[in-house]
Design a protein around this ligand. Structure first.
Ligand SMILES: [Fe+2]
Ligand SMILES: [Fe+2]
Length: 188
């Protein structure tokens, strides 16, 4: 795992942004200029759309599981069905795992060949993916618990995992975009 992960303050659940030492290694392209860039309409926008869908999914999951906390035990099953929890949560989990897979095995190694200076940034993002994958697996386990026993305890556990996932997903994606969007802008 990344050297940054030896330092807990750089962990995706703990940090407020990219570690300062990583900033000078990034390609210079200020975030406020991304959308006006002539190559924004390529992979940059494509990736940001995917990220938006992941964030919306994580936000939705945290919000819907929070409403379940106030749902009487007898109504949890109905509420879960009405919300389409199983389908939507399963889609989110698969989509997120798939996205990390594509980044880890496709894009990140390519970026690293192009920009060896980004080694530390890539390694941090790779470490984030491991944490995110564990968080996704935690949500999956608790989701199964809610379907097995739809009641207060299981919904509370699912909510805790969903809220944690939402927090780290937002942190990871904001930091990842700072690293990778300027690369896409340069290469289309
Ligand atoms: Fe991503
Ligand atoms: Fe990522």
């Amino acid at each position: 795992m990344s050297a940054d992960y030896q330092n807990l303050s750089h962990h995706v659940a703990m940090r407020d942004g990219l570690p300062n030492a990583i900033r000078p290694t990034l390609l210079e392209e200020a975030e406020q200029d991304w959308r006006a860039h002539p190559r924004f309409a390529g992979k940059a926008r494509f990736f940001m759309n995917i990220h938006r869908q992941l964030l919306d999914g994580a936000d939705w999951l945290a919000q819907i599981t929070e409403t379940l906390l106030d749902t009487p035990n007898n109504d949890v099953s109905d509420q879960v069905a009405v919300a389409g929890l199983q389908q939507r949560a399963t889609h989110l989990l698969q989509f997120a795992h798939g996205h990390h897979e594509i980044e880890d095995h496709g894009y990140f190694p390519q970026f690293l060949r192009l920009y060896p200076n980004l080694a530390r940034a890539m390694s941090l993002l790779d470490g984030d993916h491991q944490v995110l994958d564990e968080a996704l697996n935690g949500v999956e386990t608790e989701l199964a618990g809610v379907f097995r026993a739809p009641a207060r305890d299981s919904t509370a556990a699912l909510y805790r995992h969903a809220a944690a996932l939402k927090k780290i997903m937002h942190r990871h994606i904001a930091d990842e975009e700072e690293v990778i969007i300027p690369i896409f802008l340069r290469h289309g």
